[in-house]
Ligand binder design. Structure first.
Ligand SMILES: Nc1ncnc2c1ncn2[C@@H]1O[C@H](COP(=O)(O)OP(=O)(O)O)[C@@H](O)[C@H]1O
Ligand SMILES: [Mg+2]
Length: 318
């Protein structure tokens, strides 16, 4: 559904991504991980089109509805109640609601059939879109994210950043997107809300991409990991625990290959050294040196692994 092809993204002269590739398929549940500053948030912004790639391309199915929870949403502000803000998700229903109100007013003085037909059309569409249940649906999701009925009528700007973030999450979930891109959604959440989100995402049928450092959360919610590291995106076909095992396995293999190659290089260098000393073998030394230069090198394993967070944060609405 989304294809990232040979993506290069430059910040100044530094390549944050260097010909990275990734295919997101329908129903994929992916944890996007990587050390801070490796470009996870930037990648999500490239996917939604906020940033353009320096080279390479992003392609996606037409009409794909993306629900994107951005860390910058923390600063979103409104004097409307959070229930109202969450219900802004239902754009068409809200528009129909206003139009119906207007027609009902009109009908008090204007008895023409035209107005009546219009009204009945709008009401039918409103009903088809479950317009009468939007408040209930918003209530339900907000309650799941820890807002009491009373809280739901308080203006957004009376809540702290973390709680405002949950309102934005509620709004995004209500839009029933085909794919969710969530950038560190649990950062400002308490345990019950994290549990609620786990359950919610468990029954979510679209694709999910979550940036998170919370391995317990990832283990519950995702079945694939993509690691952002050194400009590349590397897939692992399991949850976070699988990733750790697989990574150490791949690391062992790479370490072995590195050691073998180093031994081979040393031997070759000794040989070249000896050949070079003899005039009759100088040519051979030269060609072996060239071959050695061209040899594709196995890199040693370094352990700049992403940090994971083993702590849960607790907080109350404020
Ligand atoms: N608009 C920008 N201008 C300049 N540098 C940026 C911009 N956005 C991000 N960066 C830099 O790009 C790198 C990756 O950032 P980010 O995508 O936020 O990483 P992550 O989410 O993996 O921690 C960081 O070094 C950051 O400082
Ligand atoms: Mg980030």
């Amino acid at each position: 559904m989304i294809s990232i092809n040979d993506l290069t993204f430059l910040i100044g002269s530094r390549a944050l991504y260097d010909e990275a590739n990734w295919h997101i398929k329908p129903g994929d549940r992916v944890g996007l991980i990587g050390a801070n500053g490796t470009g996870k948030s930037t990648l999500l912004k490239i996917i939604v089109g906020e940033y353009g790639p320096s080279s390479g391309s992003i392609s996606m199915s037409k009409d794909l509805k993306i629900g994107y929870l951005n860390q910058d949403l923390l600063s979103y502000d409104s004097h409307h109640s959070i229930l109202h803000v969450a219900m802004e998700a239902f754009e068409r229903q809200n528009q129909l609601h206003d139009e119906i109100e207007e027609l009902l007013k009109k009908i008090e003085t204007d008895y023409s059939e035209d107005v009546l037909y219009k009204l009945s059309d709008k009401q039918q569409e409103f009903e088809a879109l479950d317009g009468y249940s939007i408040e209930y649906r918003a209530n339900e999701i907000l309650a799941g994210l820890g807002f009491s009925t009373e809280d739901q009528h308080r203006p957004l700007n009376t809540f702290s950043g973390g709680w405002r973030m949950r309102v934005m999450l509620a709004k995004i979930l209500l839009q029933t997107p085909d794919i969710l891109l969530l950038d560190e959604p649990t950062n400002h959440m308490d345990l019950p809300s994290i549990k609620w989100l786990e359950t919610y995402l468990g029954s979510f049928e679209g694709a999910i991409v979550i940036v998170s450092h919370d391995r317990y959360f990832l283990d519950k919610v995702v079945n694939k990991i993509v690691e952002s590291r050194k400009g590349k995106l590397t897939p692992y076909s399991g949850n976070y625990s699988f990733y750790l095992e697989e990574k150490s396995l791949r690391g062992e293999i790479q370490k072995g290959e590195f050691k073998n190659q180093q031994a081979k290089i040393k031997q070759e260098e000794r040989l070249i050294e000896r050949f070079r000393a003899k005039a009759s073998k100088a040519k051979m030394a030269q060609s072996r040196m060239k071959a050695l230069d061209k040899m594709e090198r196995v890199e040693d394993v370094d352990d700049d692994n992403p940090t994971v967070n083993f702590q849960f944060k607790f907080s109350k609405p404020s």
